[in-house]
Structure formats: C-alpha cells, structure tokens
Design a binder for this molecule. Structure first.
Ligand code: EPU
Length: 337
C-alpha cells in the first residue's frame, strides 16, 4: 500500500473538482484496511468511496482512505431467491449489470446510478420507485476505532428517504466493506409504476417488460435527463426533494396551484425540488464554470474548472431564491466537505 502525499482528488470525485488530500491511500482488502486504521489510529481520516455524492470545497487535511475492495459472489440460493454479496469498492452500475446478466431481479430500476456499492446504504440510494432498502439484507462494516467487524441488518440501518444510520449515529464510526442483497431468480416483481418508465416502455412498444427491458428503459431515461459525470462533472441530484406537512403545503399550493407534489404519508407530501428550481428560473443557467443542468434542474454541474466554493455559492443562491419565492427550504443531498 503506497501512501501518497498532496494527492489530487480530481479523478476521485464525480464533480471533477480539484482538491488535494494531505495523504491518500487505496485499500484493496479488509486486512489492508485494518492495518491502515491501526497504523494511523491517531491521525485524522477521511473515507472515500466512489466520490459520487460529495462536493469538495477545500483541500482535505487528513489521510484519505479510498475503499477499493473488489468481488461479488452468490452466498446462498433457493429456487426463487438468491443472496449476493458485493464488496464495497465495486462500481454500482457494473454490479447491477452483473445481476441482470444472471437474470437476478430487484436492482433494475436503479441502473446507471453513479458511485460504488459500499456507499449505497449510506444514503439509501433510489430511483424510479425503488430504493436500496427494498433488497438489501445486511452490510458488513469495520469499526474505525477498534477495527472490529459489525453486521448491520436492514432494520439496523434505519433507512429513510436518502437517509440511514450511517448519516446519523453511526457517522464517522464505521466503514462499510460489503453489502448483501436478496434478489429474485424467477417471478420477478416488475415495477414500472414510476411515470417515466411506463412511457419509455410504450415508446419502445414493450407491453410485458422483462427486468432487462426495465433496466434499458431506466438507462434511456437517465441518459436523456442526467449528465454523464465522465463528460460533465456532477453529483446527481444536488438537493433532496423537500417533504412538507400537508397543512403547510395546502397554504402554499393555494398560491401556486400548478405546483407538483406526491403523497408520501397521510400527513406529508413531497415536492419535486427540480420543479421549484426550474420555476425559479435557474434551469440551464451558467455562472462561470458552475451551472444548473439544462434537462434536470436538480443537478448542478461543473463545466470544467469550477471550484467547490463556486458550486456551493450557486446552491446557496438557489436555496435562498426558492425560500423567498415559495417559502420552502430545500436541503443539499450531497455531502459538502
Ligand atoms: N421536474 C421539473 N423540472 C426539472 C426536473 C424535474 O419540473 O428540471 C419535475 C418533473 O416534471 C417531475 C418531477 O419534477 O414531475 C420529478 O422529476 P424526476 O422524475 O426527474 O425525479 P426527481 O424527483 O427530480 C428523483 C431522484 C433522482 C432519481 C429520480 C427518479 C431525489 C433527490 N432525486 O429526482 O435521483 O433518479 O427521482 O426516481 O430524490 C440522485 O439522487 O442523484 C438522483 C438522480
């Protein structure tokens, strides 16, 4: 394991922001991770997965540990189900494609989400009507202080909308090393309820979709709306969709009757932040090298040499305008470092 000093993180964050790590090391096994944590027990540490959900606004004055554990395997199966274990450093989309190549169902709606497998439980990634919590059985994690391994069951993760225990009590205490999913081998549960999927399948003339068809539809929708981080730096949705109490929402809705919303519980609604940002006039706007994507206003982009601070300033401007216009506060989904 080589320790690099003053290491550029530009290729390790999907926003493509230039920032330096005081020290950087990539670990390829649980044993390597254990030995680094022991050796650097008293140093400041920063754990880096796929770098797809963070905005770097400054250099990192710490030892950056890049989790590069690889491997995926079937650990158990019945006629109907299969349990698959995937190491944290595997690319999420490649893992989804691997499950589909074996005709295992459950992850197809989450095709093409950027990032690595190990960070998927942290924010309970989700798209097109499915979240990781629907198929994740458990994940293994190393305790940073003692290097003891701990298994978190699905219930232990306290999943919510883009939320988990790893953003709350467990934050900075554990490093996820592998994740287990329970997938279908037959009788797949095809989920096309999310509007865009149904219309994409109809466009393709598909009436009885397979899990591969659903994955292809999701890929087509994402490619038409969301920029590829390899071509245009971004971190997916920059903001969470705000959840409002129905009683508060009704007052706002009277003033803005065209506002879109979705029921999330008998007392709460979710408002698409992309809609709010578009209505506030930010969609497609550019401020230097920082901007708002032209096809999906929820995504902030780096046209080349934007600094993290510049992107953060644009995000604050958006938050303030949305609050002043609609009286709604929107929160960042990405981790601002
Ligand atoms: N909308 C607009 N303008 C926009 C964007 C969206 O009016 O610029 C409206 C759409 O017309 C639609 C509604 O907002 O009525 C929802 O749009 P969309 O289906 O694109 O989904 P979203 O709520 O904007 C969420 C996730 C995405 C995920 C999609 C599909 C969050 C924060 N984002 O976006 O996740 O792919 O649903 O399930 O929940 C990510 O987390 O990085 C991500 C891309």
């Amino acid at each position: 394991m080589e320790i690099h000093n003053q290491f550029s993180l530009k290729n390790y964050n999907t926003f493509g922001i230039e920032a330096k790590a005081k020290q950087f090391v990539a670990v390829h096994s649980v044993e390597e991770l254990q030995s680094i944590l022991q050796k650097y027990a008293h140093e400041k540490k920063f754990v880096l997965g796929g770098g797809s959900n963070m905005l770097l606004t400054k250099d990192i004055d710490a030892l950056v540990i890049h989790i590069d554990l690889k491997g995926k395997k079937i650990i158990k199966e019945t006629d109907d189900w299969v349990w698959v274990e995937c190491q944290a450093g595997e690319n999420w989309h490649e893992f989804v494609l691997w499950t589909l190549s074996k005709n295992f169902g459950g992850l197809e709606n989450m095709s093409l989400i950027p990032g690595n497998v190990g960070t998927t439980p942290v924010q309970n990634i989700g798209a097109y009507g499915t979240e990781i919590k629907d198929t994740m059985v458990s994940c293994d994690a190393m305790t940073i202080d003692s290097q003891a391994m701990k298994t978190f069951s699905n219930a232990d993760c306290h999943f919510g909308y883009r939320e988990s225990v790893f953003k709350q009590e467990a934050k900075d205490h554990y490093i996820i090393t592998s994740v287990v999913f329970q997938l279908t081998k037959r009788h797949h549960k095809i989920n096309t309820a999310y509007g865009d999927i149904q219309s994409e399948l109809s466009k393709q003339g598909i009436e009885n979709p397979t899990i591969q068809d659903v994955s292809n539809a999701v890929i087509a929708i994402r490619q038409s709306k969301l920029p590829d981080p390899k071509e245009l730096g971004n971190s997916g949705s920059f903001f969470k969709n705000p959840i409002l109490l129905k009683t508060d929402f009704e007052k706002i809705h009277q003033q803005f009757p065209e506002m879109k919303y979705f029921d999330v519980s008998p007392t709460e609604v979710k408002v698409p932040a992309g809609w709010l940002i578009e209505q506030a006039g930010f969609k497609g706007k550019r401020f230097g090298d920082a901007g708002i994507h032209k096809n999906q206003a929820l995504v902030l982009v780096n046209y080349g040499n934007a600094t993290g601070q510049e992107i953060l300033n644009v995000s604050k401007d958006i938050q303030e305008t949305i609050y002043n216009t609609f009286g709604i506060r929107i929160e960042a989904e990405v981790n601002v470092i």
